[in-house]
Design a protein around this ligand. Structure first.
Ligand SMILES: [Mn+2]
Length: 306
């Protein structure tokens, strides 16, 4: 796809303060933490026009019996989010979505993909995460929807989520790259193999270097695409650098590797929407994870050291 400058794009910021997709509460406070860490102010200081659209309203919390996956709430929030994301893209603005647990990607990807589909185009997907998020209700050990959004996006899982926005799948597996994974559930492996998505594990990153891996992943996601959505789960970063995440796994990206991921995304000039999810301020240390998230967003949008 043709290169475009993210720098000149006006941004529509949307918060999604939901943690119904996870076991542990707290990632719902993510959007507040990013705003307090100066997200909009820092973007404006870089000369980027930002319109803060506020948060997607949540259905009121209710008593959840054990095993309740909050499907009606997640579906409603994702449907609302999808409309906002699509509206931003139609208006020529870049959606920047801050979560929230990763179940919200079901909505972000649905809205973004719908936009390109309506114009006869296609979208690629770059999913940066410690986990595969490729479970479905049959394979998931926990039943938590935040472990399923990539599978849903590819057309596998709970039908009302798969069909969100009126079509499925949202992206083609050949145009999907999964970067940074180091923790897969047993049956999730089979699901990844079945779809044939392009996977870059931490082992690949250690062996080849993050720059080589990202060059390939960006090529995969953008090849034959009219836009690329970047879904960045903060748990891809090593927990020593990003302790405030929903589901921490040791052995993640270093501070510099995480920045280089975003810098190379920017340099490629292919990103048309971005979301950053799974920051848990309740588990964070002196807001360092939220601050890092803000810095990473700035890198993805073109802030450079010189
Ligand atoms: Mn995830």
């Amino acid at each position: 796809m043709a290169k475009r400058s993210a720098r000149r794009k006006a941004i529509d910021l949307v918060g999604v303060p939901i943690d119904y997709g996870a076991n542990l509460r707290g990632v719902g406070m993510g959007p507040t933490a990013f705003r307090l860490a100066g997200l909009a102010e820092n973007l404006r200081a870089e000369g980027i026009a930002v319109r803060d659209q506020g948060d997607v309203p949540l259905p009121p919390p209710r008593k959840r019996p054990p095993g309740d996956d909050c499907l009606p709430e997640i579906r409603a929030v994702c449907a609302d989010l999808a409309r906002r994301v699509e509206r931003a893209l139609v208006a020529g603005r870049m959606p920047l979505v801050v979560g929230g647990d990763h179940s919200i990607a079901i909505g972000t990807v649905a809205g973004a993909s719908r936009h390109f589909r309506a114009r006869g185009g296609r979208m690629g997907l770059l999913w940066v995460d410690a986990h595969g998020d490729m479970n479905n209700p049959r394979t998931s050990p926990s039943g938590n929807i935040h472990g399923m959004p990539l599978a849903v996006t590819l057309g596998d899982g709970i039908p009302v989520l798969v069909r969100l926005g009126g079509f499925a799948p949202k992206v083609d597996p050949s145009r999907t790259a999964l970067v940074g994974i180091r923790n897969l559930d047993e049956e999730e492996r089979g699901n990844i193999a079945r779809f044939g998505i392009n996977v870059y594990t931490m082992k690949d990153i250690d062996r080849r270097g993050i720059a080589s891996v990202m060059d390939e992943a960006v090529h995969v996601a953008s090849n034959g695409a009219d836009g690329v959505h970047v879904s960045f789960d903060m748990d891809v970063v090593d927990p020593q650098t990003a302790p405030g995440v929903g589901t921490a796994v040791p052995g993640g990206l270093s501070y510099r590797e995480a920045h280089l991921v975003m810098e190379l995304v920017h340099d490629a000039g292919v990103m048309t929407s971005l979301e950053v999810v799974e920051t848990n301020p309740f588990l964070d240390v002196r807001s360092q994870t939220a601050k890092l998230g803000v810095e990473l967003i700035l890198s993805a949008l073109g802030k450079s050291i010189y």
